[in-house]
Design a protein around this ligand. Structure first.
Ligand code: CTP
Length: 421
């Protein structure tokens, strides 16, 4: 498929993986392997202290390239300039507070900082440190400076840190790092211009119980909703996710996640928060029907009762339509932007896009992301494509890309819709 070859081509790029001296340095190995397996040429540039955590031999074996930390190695090749000039992307994971301070100051006192100073390609810095260090005003200032310089600084994850403490400062999952790196490389430069926005997202599939062991569900993995959460948080927004079933995905960085199971639980959780948010993105695959009643005990096959062969269904509330109604009735701020999703297969008479246009009108939302799901495409996949249509008549093709790439495009569609008001 076109997307795979595109990705292969872009992965022939030269990627510099910088590694700072923190306990999370071992996770850089997974980042390096992910890039090399996709065909990239990876050059690992650790700091001296990174090599106290992971040996140069590991980085050399994983990348297939020599490793040095100082500008005084291979001086004849002027590598402190060449590596940075030739890089298509630089990913520094983990970045310590000290390393960020040095880059923010424009210092070039080792090979990694010299490489960053020379580079004109996108740079992604992935911090990992103790919460106190992350929250220290000096670090906050350095993060601001780095972002002003056009460097993308990923938000750290919350969770267990070295030792017994936990909080903000954990290195995100390697897959979350490489996804964001690929989005940057694909030209989706996350700005931090949503810092005054509050975003509510629904994600995953709802499940409707038949009895304590069986339910009616759907094939949604929650990936697109979680990618939206990551994209919005990376742009600086305060993000809340109301999540149904979401496979086993890592928690989106920088978002609060509220877990629900059924459509009615999702309805209640959304309405309890809708008015606190200015943007509502409804990516969940919501079950339109539920069993009229859910049995208290497990239903037995072969019993006289026909409860297992005939499940009477009743209709669930349409959460998206109800949020649109709430805005219409003045229960939500009139400026709230509401985005829906449509998974369409099309039929003999209508294409998925035509069905999407009709759904946009029917649901009354501001923007609709239309997916072509013929043959089960999209569900559980890491990539997505389709069309973005809005109530002002703006229609755009969303080219094949990762769900994070698609998420950044959906946020851009929200911006356009707000500008067109
Ligand atoms: N949606 C919702 N509540 C429902 C059904 C759908 O909030 N009970 C939302 C979904 O989260 C999505 C949008 O409505 O953002 C469209 O979902 P979809 O299943 O495509 O639409 P339906 O209204 O169920 O239309 P149909 O199944 O007839 O295509």
């Amino acid at each position: 498929m076109a997307r795979v070859s595109d990705q292969r081509r872009s992965e022939c790029d030269r990627i510099v993986v910088g590694v700072g001296g923190g306990i999370a340095a071992y996770k850089a190995c997974y980042v390096i392997r992910d890039f090399t397996e996709a065909g990239a040429q990876v050059r690992v540039v650790p700091t001296e202290s990174a090599l106290r955590f992971v040996g140069a031999a590991t980085f050399e074996a994983l990348s297939g390239n020599p490793v040095s930390t100082t500008v005084f190695d291979d001086v004849d090749e002027v590598q402190h300039v060449r590596i940075g000039q030739e890089a298509d992307l630089i990913v520094i994971a983990p970045a310590t507070a000290d390393l960020m301070a040095r880059i923010a100051q424009g210092r070039a006192d080792d090979l990694l900082t010299a490489t960053v100073l020379v580079a004109t390609c996108p740079v992604l810095i992935v911090p990992a440190m103790h919460t106190e260090m992350w929250q220290n005003p000096a670090t906050r200032r350095n993060v601001r400076i780095l972002r002003e310089h056009g460097i993308t600084v990923m938000e750290p994850a919350h969770g267990r840190l070295t030792g017994a403490d936990s909080g903000a400062g954990r290195l995100p999952d390697p897959e979350q790092i490489t996804q964001l790196a690929r989005s940057l490389r694909a030209g989706f430069a996350p700005r931090t211009d949503w810092s005054d926005r509050k975003v509510l997202i629904t994600a995953g599939g709802t499940q409707e119980d038949i009895d304590p062991v069986r339910y009616i569900g759907n094939r949604s993995s929650g990936r697109q909703g979680f990618a939206l959460a990551e994209a919005a948080a990376q742009r600086g927004a305060q993000v809340t996710v109301v999540a149904g079933n979401t496979a086993e995905l890592p928690t989106p960085i920088g978002a609060e996640v509220i877990s629900v199971r059924s459509t009615r639980e999702m309805y209640d959780a959304v309405h309890a928060r809708a008015n606190d948010n200015d943007t509502i993105l409804m990516a969940a695959a919501v079950s339109d029907f539920r069993p009229e009643s859910s049995a208290e005990n497990k239903l037995k096959k072969g019993s006289d009762d026909d409860a297992l062969t005939t499940v009477r269904l009743v209709e669930n509330p349409d959460i998206l339509a109800s949020v649109v109604d709430a805005r219409h009735d003045g229960k939500l701020n009139a400026e709230t932007v509401i985005v829906g999703f449509a998974a369409e297969t099309g039929d003999q008479e209508h294409t998925p896009l035509e069905m999407g246009r009709a759904k946009l009108r029917r649901k009354g939302c501001d923007v609709l992301m239309v997916n072509d799901v013929a043959g089960g495409a999209v569900f559980g996949a890491t990539e997505n494509a389709g069309w973005l249509v809005d109530k002002h008549g703006d229609e755009r093709v969303v080219a094949d890309g990762s769900k994070l790439d698609v998420a950044f495009q959906i946020l851009d569609a929200v911006d356009r819709c707000m500008q067109d008001r």
